[in-house]
Ligand binder design. Structure first.
Ligand code: ATP
Ligand code: MG
Length: 426
C-alpha cells in the first residue's frame, strides 16, 4: 500500500455525522436573510494580495503573519481570502452595485488564516458575512444587530451569548486619540510587552485588544476613545443604543473593543460567549465607511459583520438539541429475493413522484434480509419498506415501523402512497 496522504493541519473534513448541524445553521440563516431582505453574493476564494493589504491593513496580525499568499504562474501575488468583506467590497465596486444604491448582501464560505490550530481556531474556517452599503445612519447598524439577536433566539443560543459594543469615532477623532494614547503608553513603556512596543508606532489602538493578562490593568486605565469622540460619532452611537434599548437588546459598552482589522470606524460590536474557552467571539462586525474609497470606489457608507460557523456549530452541538431528523431518510427500502431489485428501484421512483419531499433510501448491493434490516436501522429511517419474492408476486409491500411498537402492514401501491401522504402530511 502507498503511504496515506493527510489533510493539511487546521483544515478539517466535515463528516456525515457533523453535517446536520451545519445544514440546520445554514438553513436557518438562509431563512433569516430572506426575512430581512438580504441578497446572496458569492465571491472568488482567491484575490489579489494587494486587496487584503490595502483593506485589512499592513500592520494587522492577519496581513503580517496569517495569510496564505503565493505567486500565480504568471507572477501575480494571490492570497486565499482571510475574510469576506474586502472581496465583497471589491465585487460591489467592480460590478457597479454602489452607484447611489442601497445594497444589502450576504455570503458564506471558507476563509483561510495561518493561525495556530486549536479548538475554535482553524486554518480553513467558515464565515457567514452580511454587508449593507449606502446607508449611513445608526438604524442599519441596529438592524444588523437585531438580525443576529433573532438568529440566536431561533437557534436557542440567546442565553449563551452577549453583546459588546463600542464606537471608534471618525478617523479624525481617532488620529487625535491615537496621540493621547501613545503618550499614555510611552509614559508606561516599561510595562509594555514586546508586541505592544511594536504596535506603539504602527497601530497603538490594537494594544488595547491585547490578550496578555499582565497588560490588562494598564489597558483598563488607558484614556478612553469614548471621551474623545467627535460629535457626529457620539450622536450616531447614542442613537444606536436607543434603537437597541427600544428592542430590548442588552449590551455592554466595552471601550477596549477595537477589532483586529483596520477598516472600522464608528460602530463596532462583538457577540461573545463564555462556553468556548478562549475562542469566545462568535460574531463580529462594525461600520467601515472609509473602505469603499480606500478600494477605489466613491465615498460611501458600509456596515457589516461576520459569524464564525465552526464556533456556532460547536455551541449548537454542546448546548442545544439540533433537530437532526430532517437530514435522515424517512424510509429504507429493503429488497430480498429474485426480481425484487428491478421492481424496487422502479417503485422507489414512483413513490418519490407521488409524495414530493419524501426521503427514501433504497437498498443497493444485495445481501441477506437480516443484513439489509441492519442497514435500515443504521440509516436512521423511521420505517422500512420490504419487498420479498412473495410481496413481489402479490404486488404488495411490507410497511414496518422501525422505531415504534406498531404492527407491520402489507399494502398495495395505492394504499402505501395514501399511507405515506397521511404520515408526511402531504
Ligand atoms: P478572534 O479574536 O477570535 O481571532 P477575529 O477578530 O480575528 O477573531 P474576525 O476576523 O472578525 O475575527 O472574524 C469574524 C469571526 O470569524 C470571529 O468572530 C470568529 O467567530 C471567526 N473566526 C476568525 N478566525 C477564525 C479561525 N481561525 N477559526 C475559526 N473561526 C474564526
Ligand atoms: Mg484573529
Amino acid at each position: 500500500m502507498s503511504k496515506k496522504i493527510q489533510a493539511i493541519r487546521g483544515m478539517n473534513d466535515l463528516l456525515p455525522e457533523q453535517s446536520p448541524t451545519w445544514l440546520y445553521l445554514e438553513g436557518t440563516v438562509l431563512r433569516l436573510m430572506g426575512a430581512y431582505g438580504y441578497d446572496q453574493v458569492r465571491m472568488p476564494i482567491v484575490e489579489m494580495t494587494e486587496l487584503f493589504k490595502r483593506s485589512i491593513g499592513e500592520v494587522t496580525d492577519i496581513v503580517e503573519k496569517e495569510m496564505y499568499t503565493f505567486d500565480d504562474r504568471n507572477g501575480d501575488s494571490l492570497t486565499l481570502r482571510p475574510e469576506g468583506t474586502a472581496g465583497c467590497v471589491r465585487a460591489a465596486i467592480e460590478n457597479g452595485l454602489l452607484h447611489n444604491q442601497v445594497q444589502r448582501l450576504w455570503y458564506t464560505g471558507p476563509m483561510f488564516r495561518h493561525e495556530r490550530p486549536q479548538k475554535g481556531r482553524y486554518r480553513q474556517f467558515h464565515q457567514i458575512g452580511v454587508e449593507a452599503f449606502g446607508l449611513d445612519g445608526p438604524d442599519i447598524d441596529a438592524e444588523l444587530i437585531l438580525m443576529t439577536a433573532r438568529l440566536w433566539r431561533t437557534l436557542g443560543l440567546s442565553e449563551f451569548v452577549s453583546l459588546e459594543l463600542n464606537t471608534l469615532g471618525s478617523s479624525e477623532a481617532r488620529v487625535a486619540y491615537r496621540a493621547i494614547l501613545v503618550d499614555y503608553f510611552k509614559s508606561h513603556y516599561d510595562q509594555l510587552d514586546e508586541d505592544s512596543r511594536r504596535r506603539l508606532e504602527s497601530n497603538p489602538l490594537r494594544i488595547l485588544d491585547t490578550k496578555n493578562p499582565e497588560m490588562q490593568a494598564l489597558c483598563e486605565a488607558a484614556p478612553k476613545l469614548m471621551e474623545h469622540l467627535d460629535a457626529p460619532s457620539r450622536e450616531h452611537f447614542a442613537a444606536l443604543c436607543a434603537f437597541l434599548d427600544d428592542a430590548g437588546i442588552a449590551y455592554r459598552v466595552n471601550p477596549r473593543l477595537v477589532r483586529g482589522l483596520d477598516y472600522y470606524s464608528k460602530t463596532v460590536f462583538e457577540w461573545v460567549t463564555d462556553k468556548l474557552g478562549a475562542q469566545g467571539t462568535v460574531c463580529a462586525g462594525g461600520r467601515y465607511d472609509g473602505l469603499l474609497e480606500q478600494l477605489g470606489g466613491k465615498p460611501g457608507s458600509a456596515v457589516g459583520f461576520a459569524m464564525g460557523v465552526e464556533r456556532l456549530v460547536a455551541l449548537l452541538d454542546e448546548l442545544t438539541e439540533v433537530p437532526r431528523g430532517q437530514y435522515r431518510p424517512q424510509l429504507y427500502l429493503a429488497l430480498a429475493g429474485t426480481g425484487t431489485e428491478r421492481a424496487g428501484l422502479q417503485l422507489a421512483e414512483r413513490l418519490r413522484d407521488a409524495v414530493p419531499g419524501l426521503r427514501l433510501q433504497t437498498h443497493c448491493g444485495g445481501g441477506s434480509f437480516k443484513s439489509q434490516m441492519k442497514r435500515a436501522d443504521k440509516s436512521g429511517a423511521e420505517w422500512a419498506l420490504i419487498i420479498g419474492e412473495q410481496e413481489l408476486a402479490e404486488g404488495r409491500v411490507v410497511f414496518k415501523p422501525l422505531r415504534s411498537e406498531g404492527e407491520q402492514e402489507r399494502l398495495d401501491e395505492a394504499g402505501l402512497i395514501a399511507r405515506l401522504q397521511g404520515l408526511l402530511g402531504a
